[in-house]
Design a protein around this ligand. Structure first.
Ligand code: GTP
Ligand code: SPV
Ligand code: MN
Length: 595
């Protein structure tokens, strides 16, 4: 690997059009004082050299080459294992533009605070410059960025998760604009850790964490927080959604985008394998993306979506041959595992895996159940999407795929039925805005606490939620052919505290009903909160549901919903006059029907 001298851009690129990038790199180098600067080309040789270097310095541990060729384990600092929402800021000139949904700081204060942390922080380290493209390299929906980081682990992950290197640099040269992301692991000290966004400057500064969404700046920082701001200005949507294609036995494929909060089932749904009977009949699910969706209206009025990512940063625990065979097949080789346990013969191991026994836990200690799980609950795999058996060729389509249905959902132990349908777009936006879910290990803090998480974007919307809801509503205009909107809950629990719905592959039964509704093939039961499926229209062949399960999964609890709508009114009230009038009217319309 050749470290290039400080003021040189790769040969063959024109200085004139890349001047802004080169100036920024020089400015960052002057601030952070790295020993060397490396411009990433994204090539195989570069990746191999980085991996070798990380193996030598202990950042990566080689896993069993026979069972998991070319795969690695990384152990994070034990205080650095998840996103840190309390240390994540949106810095806008006007505080109101960030909204009550974000932590705010003025751009001047944000820069000052971050630049103090960055001063001299790369002494003795190499500074990597990573040009990347979010989305197929030739897609009009794609956007580019450059991440500067002092973490080789981040470079390796960004190479899997984005289209990184020379082609992205060429697009930046052509377009002249890119998102600037500056990252340093710093001292990995939770007291010196901030993730700051400057949407008005299309810039990100992240210090003190090497983990996932805190450090792989193309992902949540760029593709959601900054992109949501760009999307609002440019008339599109940047969402925390999976995208899948559902192919029926006739060979028609409908594309569905679904927003579930972190660790609430996006990767699993995106890679679903249909139940046996469905498979025999010819049903198939195609994976387009598992975490982020960028979509915008096409010439025909439909919404077209791309997956801006090129890989999966998926939750390991719970991934098994039974729950998600496509994910398991994807991660048998060329995979980076972060914070999982290992077996005696150095295979990766996590809770829920169907075979093997852990001997070391995620911190590298001898495994002892008294220390907690072998794998951290937010342990992850990083793998190229191309390794997924269900990866759709359409995921590389520059124009994106047309979306037939949008699905919202959360972890709701009570009240919320398995599935319901919004009556129209405005109601659907309210359904999304009203989303609630129990918190998970994907972010630091308490787990299992119910909170509002509109459109699964609470941690990721780069501007005021009130304006975000208005932006969503604005898509309903003449000529628009908008998708139907549904809500699901795979996580309803019975009196015994167990999940009532089998979930995973059986979720296909719910998707099938949605498509029947999209095609106008079946009627439904109208309730104030939305349309529920008639028993005869959801195929439950081969699954055994108790009476309690049937009532709770398919029933409508008027009193419970009345209380829910009172709390929703309070939530919308937090946004004051800025919340769209139409949404409040919709909330009141339904509340009145519930009385
Ligand atoms: P992020 O990557 O954090 O955004 O998460 P995600 O939304 O992709 O969640 P993922 O699919 O990784 O699932 C998270 C956890 O939920 C895993 O432990 C899964 O086993 C579990 N899970 C996923 N789908 C289902 C389901 O249908 N039913 C139940 N009970 N659990 C599920
Ligand atoms: C999430 O938390 O929603 C994730 C993982 O997908 S991270 O990349 O850390 O944001
Ligand atoms: Mn996510």
């Amino acid at each position: 690997m050749n470290a290039l001298s400080k003021d040189v851009i790769p040969s063959g690129t024109k200085r004139s059009s890349l001047a802004a990038l080169n100036d920024w790199v020089a400015e960052v180098a002057a601030l952070t004082q790295p020993d060397a600067i490396h411009w990433c080309d994204g090539g195989d040789a570069e990746y191999a050299a980085l991996i070798a270097q990380m193996q030598a310095d202990g950042t990566l541990i080689k896993l069993n080459e026979q069972t998991h060729p070319n795969s690695w384990l990384h152990r994070s600092h034990p205080d650095d294992v998840a996103r840190v929402e309390h240390l994540t800021f949106v810095c806008t000139t006007d505080k109101e533009d960030a909204g009550p949904n974000n932590h705010w700081m003025s751009p001047a204060d944000g820069h000052k605070q971050m630049d103090e942390l960055f001063a001299g922080c790369m002494r003795g380290r190499t500074m990597y410059v990573i040009p990347y493209c979010m989305g197929p390299i030739d897609s009009p929906l794609a956007r580019c960025g450059v991440e500067i980081t002092d973490s080789a682990y981040v470079v390796a992950n960004m190479r899997i998760m984005t289209r990184m290197g020379a082609a992205a640099l060429a697009r930046i040269e052509r377009e002249g604009s890119f998102v600037k992301g500056l990252h340093s692991i710093g001292e990995l000290d939770p007291n010196r850790r901030y993730i700051m966004h400057f949407p008005e400057e299309l810039a990100i500064k992240s210090y003190g964490s090497g983990y996932g969404g805190n450090a792989l700046l193309g992902k949540k920082c760029h593709a959601l927080r900054i992109a949501s701001h760009q999307a609002r200005n440019e008339g599109w949507l940047a969402e925390h959604m999976l995208i899948l294609g559902l192919e029926n036995p006739q060979g028609e494929t409908h594309y569905i985008a679904a927003a579930f909060p972190s660790a609430c089932g996006k990767t699993n749904l995106a890679m679903l394998i249909p139940p046996e009977g469905y498979r025999r009949d010819g049903w198939k699910v195609w994976t387009i993306g598992d975490d982020i969706c960028w979509m915008r209206p096409g010439a025909d009025g439909r919404l077209y979506a791309i997956n801006p990512e090129a890989g999966f940063f998926g939750v390991a625990p719970g991934t098994s041959e039974k729950s998600n065979p496509n994910a398991l097949a994807s991660i048998q080789h060329d995979t980076i595992f972060t914070n999982v346990g290992v077996t005696a013969d150095n295979q990766p191991w996590w809770e829920g895996l169907d075979h093997g026994t852990p001997v070391k836990d995620w911190q590298g200690r001898d495994y002892a159940p008294g220390n907690g799980p072998a794998a951290h609950p937010n342990s992850r795999f990083t793998v190229s999407a191309k390794q997924c058996p269900s990866y759709s060729p359409k995921a590389e389509d520059a124009q994106g795929v047309p979306i037939s249905a949008i699905v919202f959902g959360g972890r709701r132990a009570s009240l919320v039925p398995l599935v319901f349908e919004a009556r129209d777009w405005t109601h659907g936006v309210l359904v999304g805005a009203a989303m609630g879910s129990e918190t998970t290990a994907a972010a630091t803090g308490a787990v299992g606490v119910m909170r509002r998480d509109p459109m699964a974007m609470k941690p990721f919307c780069g501007y005021n939620f009130a304006d975000y809801f208005s932006h969503w509503l604005s898509f309903d205009k003449p000529g628009a052919k908008l998708p139907k909107i549904f809500h699901v809950n795979w996580f309803r629990k019975g009196d015994d505290g167990k999940f009532l719905w089998p979930g995973f592959g059986d979720n296909l039964r719910v998707l099938e009903w949605m498509i029947k509704r999209v095609k106008g093939e079946v009627d439904a039961i109208d309730t104030p909160v939305g349309a529920l499926p008639k028993a005869e229209h959801i195929n439950l062949d081969g699954i055994d549901l108790s009476d309690e399960a049937r009532t709770k999964l398919f029933g409508f609890d008027r009193n419970g919903w009345r209380a829910e709508f009172a709390s929703l009114e309070e939530f919308l009230g937090e946004f004051g006059d800025r919340a769209p009038h139409a949404l409040k009217v919709e909330q009141q319309r339904i509340a009145a029907q519930l009385d």
